[in-house]
Design a protein around this ligand. Structure first.
Ligand code: FES
Length: 276
């Protein structure tokens, strides 16, 4: 059993937990994820690690309530226990000193997993330009942590309720134009699938390499069940063991979107049942 040590509510649907998980904290690296189950019968929820403290033996996760299981998770409180908390899983982010500024883009709840990657890229000596965005100012979180993790940070909101109005892609376009496409060795984007896809469409036009961290349905998390399969450069990959990060220009986004929608009716029913 894994104890929730702290809970923070960023908005009615976005919450942060600090979980006691010393073995995961000891070996995890930026970009990896965990799979948790609230109870014996619970759905497996994959979440990318947002932060960790090796000395305290804790892992930070930030999640958005999008269905029955994440809503139940959000109803848990500090002091409660989670049944399973397995990890670290997946391949860590590739960190190196790049020749030129790297851009990290976090959209919505994707700001959280971008954070440790930005921090490690900066630690490796890179000039890290962070772009974070949300639908509105009240859904934005970790601006202070991201400011610390990046060399410079640009903030935007879709509705203009905080800092400026625009999508993260609008800001990214300005950064690419300003720095010059040939000077940016890499963009890394994490967020909702439409956002990552929009980032990839934009960077493809400029020929700027783009890494995305995919969120797929998962069951075993060990490459055995095939649930998380995705087509990348025409070959089948498993997000849980080959990812979660992939070259965004090679991902088959249409197929990924279709697979993600397969269980929508069941999710809807489960949610309705939960609310009864
Ligand atoms: Fe089963 Fe990835 S979750 S293969």
């Amino acid at each position: 059993m894994f104890k929730i040590l702290e809970k923070q509510v960023f908005s009615p649907i976005i919450k942060q937990f600090i979980i006691e998980a010393p073995k995961v904290a000891k070996s995890c690296k930026a970009g990896q994820f965990i799979i948790l189950r609230i109870h014996e019968e619970g759905e497996r929820i994959p979440l990318t690690i947002a932060d960790y403290d090796r000395e305290k033996g804790t892992i930070t996760i930030v999640f958005q309530e999008v269905g029955k299981s994440t809503t139940q998770l959000g109803q848990m409180e500090a002091g409660d226990y989670i049944k399973d908390f397995v990890g670290p899983l997946g391949e860590p982010s590739h960190i190196e000193k790049f020749d030129g500024p790297v851009v990290v883009v976090g959209g919505g709840v994707g700001i959280a997993p971008v954070h440790p990657i930005a921090r490690d890229l900066k630690k490796a000596g890179n000039h890290v330009i962070g772009i974070i965005g949300a639908r509105s100012g009240d859904l934005l979180f970790w601006e202070d942590k991201m400011r610390e993790a990046c060399s410079e940070l640009l903030v935007t909101t879709d509705d203009g309720s905080y800092v400026r109005k625009g999508f993260v892609t609008d800001v990214l376009k300005e950064v690419i134009e300003d720095k010059g496409k040939e000077n940016i060795p890499m963009v890394l984007a994490i967020g909702p699938q439409p956002m990552m896809r929009a980032v990839c469409n934009l960077t493809k036009e400029y020929g700027v390499k783009t890494i995305v961290s995919l969120n797929a349905l998962m069951v075993d998390g060990t490459g055995m069940c095939g649930c998380c399969r995705v087509s990348v450069a025409g070959t089948t990959k498993f997000v849980c063991v080959d990812g979660p990060e992939f070259d965004g220009h090679e991902v088959d986004w249409l197929e990924l979107g279709r697979r993600g929608a397969i269980f929508k009716p069941e999710e809807q029913k489960a949610m309705e049942h939960h609310q009864c």
